[in-house]
Write a protein that binds this ligand. Structure first.
Ligand SMILES: C[S@@+](CC[C@H](N)C(=O)[O-])C[C@H]1O[C@@H](n2cnc3c(N)ncnc32)[C@H](O)[C@@H]1O
Length: 318
């Protein structure tokens, strides 16, 4: 089992020691560490919903799991508030999980590779930037073996330079979002990555399907789980939910509700968010179901973008 999550100041000095021991650093020492926050742009990220979600969380400190990590907005917020005794973070996305681990364990090397991408990209005109983007996108790790750091740098570079920061994979698990044409995409976010790396020290990060959650929760004595699955679509054209090689089906939503019932029987508190529709409400009948207001931006029809209610389900009350 991984070591318990250490306090922020301990983490910072541990990381500083590790960083100062490396000879090939391109990390500039930070005068202060920024509040940790997601270092990836992530569709469905909960950053803007934190003010509505915070009051719904259990009070005090807890052993925490987040099985649909994405950009990790809720994890980073709880970590910044020093609420976590221990943290287990999972997602099915191979590149996402790999990038989080590299940010945790190999930040100096990652920054070096990101600087190289940045130098190539920013030194080109618009047309050649697009060519560089597609060259990196087409160099898929399945065909071109690459180490974890190179793979993570590829993901972060594509995430910053693609259209809308959309990490979307086709059925074969290949990232396929188009080039974004941003004048200054911020490819190397040293401060953000440094803060995230510190926040991730001692955290267990796994590539896992949500169906593995009950066993992991039991093994690691988890007390509170926040679940943010891909939204159940409100219509056939709404709600992007193809993060990792395929849609998150209605059947998967049903299996997730079974997992939540199992957590409940295990005596573990859970908070889940999803789109507000009859199907989701029906799946969680018997639990406390409320709504919060969410801005939805990934929608096929521009006119149907905008604020919308999101359902929140809990098996406890404060
Ligand atoms: C709505 S996003 C989570 C966003 C996150 N809360 C944030 O603030 O950025 C849903 C995540 O679930 C992941 N996912 C999809 N299917 C999954 C599965 N079967 N098991 C675990 N994770 C899955 C996706 O890769 C995606 O990162």
């Amino acid at each position: 089992m991984p070591a318990a999550v250490r306090s922020r100041s301990n983490l910072r000095s541990a990381l500083d020691k590790r960083l100062s021991g490396a000879s090939h650093l391109r990390v500039v020492p930070q005068p202060h560490v920024a509040r940790p926050a997601p270092f990836l742009k992530w569709v469905g990220g909960k950053g803007k919903l934190l003010p509505s979600l915070r009051p719904l969380m259990p009070e005090g400190k807890f052993r925490y799991a987040e099985p649909f990590l994405g950009g990790g907005a809720v994890f980073f917020d709880l970590r910044a508030e020093d609420r976590l005794e221990h943290a287990l973070l999972c997602d099915v996305g191979r590149d996402l999980v790999g990038a989080c681990r590299v940010v945790r364990d190999q930040l100096p090397d990652l920054l070096t590779r990101l600087h190289a991408h940045e130098a190539h990209y920013l030194g080109e005109n618009e047309e050649n930037r697009a060519l560089y983007f597609y060259a990196v996108r087409n160099r898929h790790p399945a065909d071109f073996p690459m180490d974890d750091v190179e793979r993570a740098a590829r993901m972060l570079f594509l995430n910053r330079t693609c259209f809308n920061g959309l990490w979307r994979e086709n059925r074969a698990g290949r990232f396929n979002a188009p080039h974004g044409r941003y004048a200054n995409p911020g490819i190397v976010q040293s401060d953000k990555l440094h803060a995230a790396s510190i926040a991730l020290q001692g955290v267990d990060i796994r590539q896992a399907d949500f169906r593995a959650l009950p066993e992991l929760v039991q093994e690691q004595k988890i007390e509170f789980v926040y679940l943010d699955p891909p939204y159940h679509p409100l219509s056939t054209t709404s709600s992007f939910n193809a993060y990792s090689g395929g849609q998150f089906s209605g059947k998967a939503q049903g299996e997730l509700a079974d997992v939540c019932r199992r957590l409940d029987r295990q005596g573990v508190r859970f908070l889940l968010s999803n789109s507000d529709c009859g199907y989701v409400r029906e799946l969680y009948r018997g639990f406390e179901v409320g709504t919060i207001r969410a801005a939805r931006s990934i929608n096929c029809k521009a006119e149907s973008r905008g604020d919308i209610d999101e359902v929140v389900v809990r098996n406890y009350s404060n």
